[in-house]
Design a protein around this ligand. Structure first.
Ligand SMILES: Cc1cc2nc3c(=O)[nH]c(=O)nc-3n(C[C@H](O)[C@H](O)[C@H](O)COP(=O)(O)OP(=O)(O)OC[C@H]3O[C@@H](n4cnc5c(N)ncnc54)[C@H](O)[C@@H]3O)c2cc1C
Length: 382
């Protein structure tokens, strides 16, 4: 039964993609910004410059329609970009949330006026976006969102708190899920507000991670006024908009991560003690899991392209990614031992970072539930 739920066609690459791959490879080689800066804030600034340069060169928004600044190509072209960014060791796009999640959702569900206003800044990274979904008591249970948006004349007045908001401190805009119908419950009465992060009443407080990097934040809204018409989609349609956004979250992200993980595995394999059969076996297992993940990522992208992506199908991608990610860096810690324990190289950083993969974008336990219910047809335990 689960096989029926996998999209069967896969992404195909033709001459156009080969030509793009070559062009990108040459361009990246000629414009390589060099070492990724150590300092986190400097790394973010260099990420902005890098995306702007890629956009100037015509490589951002490859699958977006030309009328919105894109290049009218298919998802296979985006896959080539993801592949080249990863293989050349360049960081992921700084405005990934805008380009791959919020922008496409705006094109699907928003007004022409909003598209004209907001899409260009996503492409050239002049306006970064963050995703304001999670709250202290609404993470896995997102429908428990309590942050309110009260209509007052032409304004929406927002009060409440978001948490774990990645890069909120550098974002110009936030897509914030807020409750706009007083007294509404669960999935109803929600709207997706476009919030100017510079508006009075917003406080962003960094939550430093174990890595020491202030990647995510708490965001407090205290009588924050935004134009009431600045919603993605219609008032009360917030849940549908949120789900649409999340449906774009995985395909390309998983594909790119898979390539980066493969590079790290190769690096580790070069340093192995060939006498240890059990380690060799673990390396082989991780390699097989990466192959599986690659196949699944291509299938997901093909289903996105064809409009046949089944609800819940990308939970499989997320589960596979989380598992292999954590396996690889646990293996790295075992093989490299003291180097990792003493924090002497980037394997320590990645080991720590790998612990977050099974939480962000929906925890492993929640993905198991989705696979059981939506793909396997197993009903809730009584
Ligand atoms: C690095 C990182 C970046 C993030 N960036 C963003 C962002 O930009 N924007 C944003 O909105 N959010 C972001 N998040 C938040 C993320 O979406 C949530 O952490 C995630 O959805 C889990 O919610 P929670 O942290 O509230 O945990 P909870 O929902 O409180 O869950 C705690 C634990 O209980 C388990 N659990 C909960 N419910 C069930 C259940 N029904 N059955 C079985 N187990 C259950 C969970 O699996 C988890 O292990 C980010 C998180 C991380 C780690």
């Amino acid at each position: 039964m689960i096989l029926d739920s996998f999209p069967s066609p896969t992404l195909s690459f033709g001459e156009a993609e080969s030509e793009l791959r070559e062009r990108l490879r040459d361009w990246i080689a000629a414009n390589d910004p060099g070492e990724v800066p150590e300092d986190y804030e400097e790394r973010l600034r260099s990420g902005v410059r890098w995306q702007a340069a890629l956009n100037d060169a015509g490589f951002i928004g490859l699958s977006w329609p030309r009328e919105y600044g894109g290049h009218g190509l298919g998802l296979a072209a985006e896959a080539v970009l993801a592949e080249q960014m990863a293989t050349s060791g360049q960081p992921e796009l700084i405005n990934r949330i805008g380009v791959y999640m919020i922008g496409p959702t705006m094109m699907d569900m928003d007004t022409e006026e909003h598209r004209r206003r907001f899409l260009p800044g996503m492409l050239d990274a002049s306006e970064l976006w963050c995703q304001g979904f999670s709250e202290p008591d609404a993470g896995s249970d997102l429908a428990a969102v309590r942050t309110s948006g009260r209509v007052d004349g032409d304004d929406l007045v927002i009060n409440g708190q978001k948490v774990w908001t990645s890069r909120a401190h550098i974002a110009r805009w936030c897509a914030a899920l807020v409750r706009t119908e007083p007294g509404s419950q669960r999935h109803t009465g929600l709207s997706m507000a476009i919030v100017d992060m510079g508006a009075p009443g917003i406080t962003v407080r960094a939550l430093p991670q174990i890595l020491g990097e202030p990647h995510f934040n708490e965001v407090f809204f205290d009588d924050v006024r935004v134009p009431a018409e600045d919603l993605i989609g219609r008032p009360g349609d917030g849940w549908r908009v949120a789900m649409q956004m999340l449906s774009y979250e995985r395909g390309l992200f998983v594909l790119e991560r898979q390539i980066r993980l493969r590079q790290r595995l190769d690096e580790l394999a070069d340093r192995l003690d060939r006498q240890d059969a059990s380690v060799e076996e673990r390396v082989g297992r991780v390699r097989c899991e990466l192959d599986l993940l690659q196949a699944q990522a291509y299938r997901t992208l093909a289903a996105q392209r064809d409009g046949t992506l089944r609800s819940g199908a990308t939970s499989v991608d997320k589960l596979l990614l989380s598992h292999v990610y954590q396996e690889l860096f646990a293996l790295g810690a075992d093989v490299l031992g003291p180097e990792v324990a003493l924090g002497l190289n980037d394997w320590t950083h990645d080991l720590l970072e790998s612990r977050a993969v099974s939480i962000y974008g929906g925890s492993t336990e929640i993905q198991h539930g989705i696979v059981a219910r939506q793909l396997l047809g197993i009903s809730e335990a009584r």
